[in-house]
Design a protein around this ligand. Sequence first.
Ligand code: HEM
Length: 354
Amino acid sequence: MKGLILGVWRWVDERTQISRVVRATLTEYMVPANLNFWYTMGSLLIACFVIQIVTGILLLIYYVPETSKAFESVKFITSAVPFGWLIRRLHAMTANLFVLVLFLHMLSTLYMGSYKKPREIQWMTGVILFGLVLTEALSGYLLPWSQLSYWATTVATNAIGSIPKIGDMLVVWVRGTPKVSQFTLGRFFAMHVSLIPFTILMFIAIHLLFMRLTGISAPPGTDKSKVAKVPFFPHMVSEDLTSLFIFLAALTLLVFFFPQFAFPPDALEPANPLQTPAHIKPEWYFLANYQALKLVPNEFLGILLQLVVGVILFFLPFLDRSPERRPLKRPVFTTLVTLGLLAYIALAVWGHYS
Ligand code: HEM
């Protein structure tokens, strides 16, 4: 048997050169020896994406994207399908952790200045990925057709209506009808299960391709002539696995002991378009944006300001061109990022309690 397997392997390898590709990507791919914990966030994000695709496909087997059946189908998954509850909790909880790790990855590359030349494309594809993952989360929120789904989507899509002149038309375009309806569910379902995941996959591929082309940056302040290089496998892979096991432990803990975090009470009631719940709040990662919109007197101005922040972030590598990467050697930038982060957290907490 062993001889047969080896024979087949040699036959395939001779024709495809797979072993050469594997060597080039693992044992012959050299990375700086002093990479820290923050460099493992990227592989955690890949793990999150894989978990979402696998659990998402399993949920698709029983989910029905129809307003009169969606909530029932989700209830069936959690109460009757073997381990359906586990798959659903994993999907909802990983969505939250995906966004959290995305924030950590983005912040670490900001503080370490790894968006600078020659990694501008990695940064810009990263900002696009950030937007895509948030849109994926938003579109998934509607699918269970619960009170929370219905009203959170109504509030989020209402915001588009504040754009002068074309706002109302855009809302109907996004929803398919003036109010959130079957047409909205159809659009969001198509986006959530095909358009956005495929686009995310494409951008991850570009992001990683450029990572390989430029090489991973050494931590700021590293003297390149002195730092040793080590093979990606086993050195970096073992670091990545350490973070992955910590991540999986946290995910398990949340899934088994704190499921209510992903499913607040309004998520357990079917959608009722005639009854607005008393406290409708978006997910924690949209709370700061939601609170900022409430503070600015004109909603459109609020949206415009947030768009400007997004555009500045996208073009950051061209606005901050100095090659210095050490956080303490660029105090203005580091202070600005820290203040921005604190303001973001303060707005989110305020949004939660207001
Ligand atoms: C689905 C989302 C994403 C995935 C799967 C992903 C994956 C990765 C991986 C595997 C790496 C290499 C290892 C590492 O430094 O962690 C990396 C590096 C990088 N990523 Fe991402 N990333 C994502 C989103 C983002 C976002 C949102 C940003 C920032 C806006 C970003 C900016 C960068 C930069 C600048 C690097 C280069 C780091 C360096 O070489 O030091 N990425 N990413």
